[in-house]
Design a protein around this ligand. Structure first.
Ligand code: PHE
Length: 336
């Protein structure tokens, strides 16, 4: 074999290897492709390697270079095949009939869950939902609710003022007055909404939080209706075995005023204890009159509760701040 024959054979083998691999179906397994390639090249490569020694010394250098180039071209052809094959196999595993992978789904906030559940219970008891503005006038927030001017309770509420006469409502009770102005009795409404107080964030206080107001006004409504309805609510929300109790309390817009406590386990190892979940009472005649109704004819009762506190009592949460942190690890526990 002379040099030109050697170079021609090396070139031909490289071309054939390339043609073999390029001609294979991309679905061919790699070991099968390599087997076919080896069958084609191994003997001829070995004989070309052996022939190097038989060539005249002057030609060996050029032949050796051609031999190395040949091996490189075979490897390149193999790499190209492997690449084509893996691209095709990636496509082959796409199956449009496969169910989608589990996706992370958002969930309702625990306070929202509690509000929805309470609204549903009261809906079954004949209540509809009413809403009022978060920016209120002093009159709706205090005056119409029988707070005397400069009453210390206004201080207690730590009001955030927006202007001379406008403020961020400190409770949802102004919706009582707005509702009575708008609708003739019988009135049975539930008013969920955000309220604001000039408070620092700590384990039990937040400067903005949800409240849920309830109001029932009609002829002949009494404290018995209040107690029966709220006890029934507690029975449906907490279960029949949970104990509730009523005690006296004071709010300027109710007379008499009361609070309802429920016995709960906050999950802190301290066992059952009484937790106040709402303030309530018979709507003060001055409030009925402020709304433009005859307090001789109409009576009513109202309550206000904090759904965050109720969520805490229900889920055994002892720091209100987790309800505001938006930590997905906490929130996703409430995904349904
Ligand atoms: N508005 C009162 C509060 O913010 C709660 C309440 C509402 C009490 C209705 C009695 C009747 O604490």
């Amino acid at each position: 074999m002379n040099l030109s024959e050697y170079l021609a054979q090396a070139d031909a083998l490289a071309e054939e290897c390339h043609a073999l691999l390029a001609g294979l179906d991309a679905a061919t397994r790699l070991d099968v492709a390599k087997g076919q390639l080896n069958a084609l090249k191994d003997d001829r490569l070995a004989s070309l390697q052996g022939a190097l020694r038989t060539l005249p010394a002057d030609d060996r250098r050029a032949a050796g270079g051609a031999f190395n180039t040949l091996k490189q071209r075979i490897q390149n052809a193999l790499d190209a095949f492997a690449q084509r094959q893996s691209a095709a196999s990636g496509a082959a595993t796409f199956d449009a009939t496969m169910p989608p992978r589990g996706q992370w789904r958002g969930s309702l906030h625990p306070v929202t869950l509690v509000i929805d559940e309470i609204c549903e219970i009261f809906r079954e008891l004949g209540f509809t939902v009413a809403l009022g503005p978060e920016a209120e006038t002093e009159w709706y927030n205090f005056g119409a609710l029988n707070f005397p001017p400069d009453h210390p309770a206004m201080e207690l509420h730590d009001t955030l003022y927006l202007g001379e006469d406008t403020l961020l409502r400190t409770h949802t009770s102004p919706v009582q007055v707005r509702t009575l102005q708008q609708f003739a009795p019988p009135v049975r409404v539930l008013a969920p909404g955000q309220v604001y107080r000039r408070d620092f964030f700590d384990a039990t206080h937040a400067p903005a939080f949800m409240q849920l107001e309830g109001l029932a006004v009609d002829e002949g409504v009494s404290f018995v209706d209040l107690k029966a309805t709220l006890a029934e609510f507690a029975r449906r929300f907490y279960g029949a075995t949970r104990r509730v109790r009523f005690g006296p309390s004071y709010f300027p817009f109710v007379e008499p005023g009361a609070q309802m406590d429920v016995e709960v386990d906050l999950g802190d190892g301290k066992g059952l204890r009484w937790v106040e979940i709402l303030g309530c009472g018979m709507v003060h005649p001055n409030v009925i009159e402020a709304a433009g109704l005859d307090s001789e004819k109409y009576t009513g009762w109202a309550f206000g509760m904090g759904p965050a506190r109720i969520a805490m009592s229900r889920y055994g949460i002892n720091d209100i701040r987790v309800l505001y942190d938006s930590d997905v690890r906490f929130l996703e526990q409430f995904a349904r």
